[in-house]
Design a protein around this ligand. Structure first.
Ligand code: FES
Length: 103
């Protein structure tokens, strides 16, 4: 079952299929998502601020946390920053990300 993703502030909307990351879903929907490492989870360029989720996201893996720690705004007490190449939502999600553009 697909979930629905909204990317603010542009208000882009598309579905995320089961098992897809946000970047993979954006690619399939015709959008280019900022990425330097090619979705390997090591550059943090794809990071998003999660604004809302109908269901909690799975906790970040230790590898994702290691990459998120490169972000000045990251805090262990605030789980709203995540990597779009790593999270695979199971429910509707709203994120803030600048730089997502039509291909
Ligand atoms: S694309 Fe590099 S960490 Fe996600």
């Amino acid at each position: 079952m697909a979930t629905h993703l909204v990317v603010q502030p542009e208000g882009l909307e598309f579905d995320v299929l089961d098992g897809e990351s946000l970047i993979e879903a954006a690619d399939r929907a015709g959008y280019s998502w900022p990425s330097v490492c090619g979705r390997q989870g090591v550059c943090s360029t794809c990071s998003v601020q999660v604004l809302s989720s109908d269901e909690p996201l799975a906790a970040p893996t230790p590898a994702e946390v290691e990459t998120l720690q490169m972000l000045p705004k990251w805090s262990a007490d605030d789980d709203s920053l995540r990597l779009a190449c790593q999270i695979r939502p199971v429910a509707n999600l709203v994120v803030r990300k600048f730089g997502v553009r039509p291909k």
